[in-house]
Design a protein around this ligand. Sequence first.
Ligand code: BG6
Length: 497
Amino acid sequence: MVSKEQNVICMDQADPANIVIFGAAGDLTKRKLMPALYKMVHCGLVHPESKIIGIVNNRTDEVWLSLIKDGLKENLPEPMSEEMWQHFSDMLKMVPGDLADEETYSRLTNALEVYDGRKNAMFYCAIPPQWYGAAAIGLQNAGLVDEADGYRRIVIEKPIGTNLETAQKLNHEMQAVFDESQIYRIDHYLGKESVQNLLVYRFANGIMEPLWNRNYIDHIQISASETLGIEYRARYYEKSGALRDMIQSHLMQVMTLVAMEPPVEFTADAVRDEKMKVLRAVRRIDPDEDKHLSVAAQYASGQIDGETVPAYVSEEGVSPESATETFAAVKFYIDNWRWQGVPFILWTGKRLEKKVSEVVIRFRKPPFNLFDSHATVPKANALVFRLQPDEGIVLRMNAKMPGLTTDIQRMVMRAPYAHEGMHVSEAYEILLHDVLMGDATLFSRSDEIEESWDIVEPLIKSWQDRFSIERYRAGTWNVPAMDELLEGCEGGWHKPT
Ligand code: BG6
């Protein structure tokens, strides 16, 4: 349904629920969760009788409320009136306490609203992963896991582990308390509308399927380039690096959507079963061959938007000897009938020239050049899904240059994803709404997480003893090893324009 006033495609309104946030005074709550909930309340996706309950340590109600209000002012795209704040803040409730303290969970139990005899509750863990287990056990001991009197869903964020072993451990900890169907593992890339559009584009258009395979596609590049550095996250990033931070999670999830077979139905398990088959078919990398199949690099100082930015090793909290990669690329192969021999190059980097996330499908060149006698030769077609910003699809074709010759020029067809003035929902709005509706399609299942760790594990192991690393100047695409990685791929490295 389209609401004219808000230009929003309205989804269903969820039943009234208790939306409980652990870590409700933290950065994620302030920057992402509250603005998303505010917009959802505003456009009727959250039932007005719902309560947003923040578990907060060492702060008074007043301090917490003003922190949330400031966060909304900073992070909402449009100004918030006092009246709108009043309406939203009437839904907010603070429960003071520490996660490790049993009393906190008793207070939470008392704070939960009952709606027609049901205590529907979503528990969002906006806390470091080492605390997920404690929160789950606290909820269990307080009797807040059983679904006899309403649903109970727990939401956790990446990183789900730092390798296969720790991911398995965390999954076991959560599954010891909650049933897998109650666990929602957020990957915010799956909440991006443009990422979901990949599925609609593939499975709602009959013309793509015949082309979507090794017979027509030369290779695929899936990328997320950023201009930001690591900001205040040195402690996390030093241990994570770009491979864990972006490739094992977001980019590999996007790869599964690009490569999967059509599911039998559009339900959570049918979709996730197909994604899982892709991950199982990904060829495991042999570390001896590693150098031909991957690239790691780190930013040196340079200029971004005319400002000089420091090198990674000069960022606060980073060791001057650090060899952590801020740029990573891996060439994967999917060993199945559809994709045999087609490289999937996943790459990401911080402090690059532009912030762009894309999926680039490069087709094979025409088998024979009919126009060979002329200076210009046809280039391979490319279909580019721009995931952000300027979400949309671009098709690069060859066309005749106007004039009396048959010279060829590049023609670019662009289709923006949303019409002007239309609201493209933020990932967190979509994902929070899905949790309230009980739809887990856009959330990762435990087996997907473990399989993706299994895929990157050999690389992690071979990179962990590295002493030195190639450098690129911040604000540039100057990573020469990428040209080698893409050697033999039609058109080479696609740097976003
Ligand atoms: C996060 C990573 O998951 O995704 C960050 O931890 C990264 O390092 C961010 O900057 C990128 O998200 P987006 O939506 O801005 O592409």
